[in-house]
Design a protein around this ligand. Structure first.
Ligand code: CA
Length: 228
């Protein structure tokens, strides 16, 4: 069965381009023109991925994302955000909202389909499912239960945050470059340009509270989970 994608965009010309290109890739595509309609559409039938514009009438994209991350049933739903202005990227970072990736406008439709494909492909093969839980320095990830705890308290993570943390913990003590992480966590080829790795690490640190320093930045290279 083909994966279903919800495009949330009020500008019909942009929505049409996205629908055309995604349908050509074989996806089943729905469109919601407003934030409130997006939420009701998702509640009615869960899509496999959401492409979310931030500038929407009534409930804007940030509120939609906040709502999706607040509810347990949609916390892991992959969301790719479209942003029109660079300030909006900073707002996302600042608000720690948990998009799986963001794409600045204007975008090439090829770029969007490439990222959608990559994210859905990663989710298709949940290679973490059979793996044992890992605990390092108070941080525990359990792939089977899809839970993360820090000093015993549960920390809610999005699917991509979980993948990233799990992979860094598996490879603890070893530096992982941004390119490597984009490839292994997002499934992107090397030429995709995005700050999403940094955003995700920042968000993970924020969620890890007192254990934030387990996630080290190796300047000019990438990130490393502190080994034990
Ligand atoms: Ca818009």
């Amino acid at each position: 069965m083909s994966a279903s994608i919800l495009v949330v965009e009020d500008e019909s010309s942009i929505a049409e381009v996205l629908v055309y290109n995604l349908e050509r890739e074989g996806y089943e595509v729905r469109v919601a023109e407003r934030g409130d309609l997006a939420l009701s559409s998702i509640r009615e039938r869960m899509p496999d991925l959401v492409i979310l514009d931030l500038m929407l009438p009534r409930i804007d994209g940030l509120d939609v994302l906040r709502e999706l991350r607040r509810e347990r049933s949609t916390r892991a739903l992959p969301v790719v955000v479209l942003t029109a202005k660079s300030e909006e990227i900073d707002r996302i970072v600042g608000l720690e909202l948990g998009a799986d990736d963001y794409i600045p406008k204007p975008f090439s439709p090829r770029e969007v389909t490439l990222r959608v494909k990559a994210i859905l492909r990663r989710l298709d093969y949940p290679d973490q499912r059979d793996e044992a839980a890992i605990t390092v320095g108070g941080v525990c990830v359990d792939p089977e239960a899809f839970t993360c705890t820090v000093d015993g308290g549960e920390v809610p993570l999005t699917a991509t945050e979980f993948r990233l943390l799990h992979l860094l913990m598996q490879r603890r003590g070893r530096v992982q470059t941004r390119e490597r992480l984009l490839n292994d966590v997002w499934g992107y080829p090397e030429d995709v340009d995005t700050r999403t790795v940094d955003t995700h690490v920042r968000r993970l640190r924020c969620k890890m509270g007192p254990r934030a320093d387990s996630l080290e930045t190796v300047f000019g290279v990438g990130y490393r989970f502190r080994g034990q």
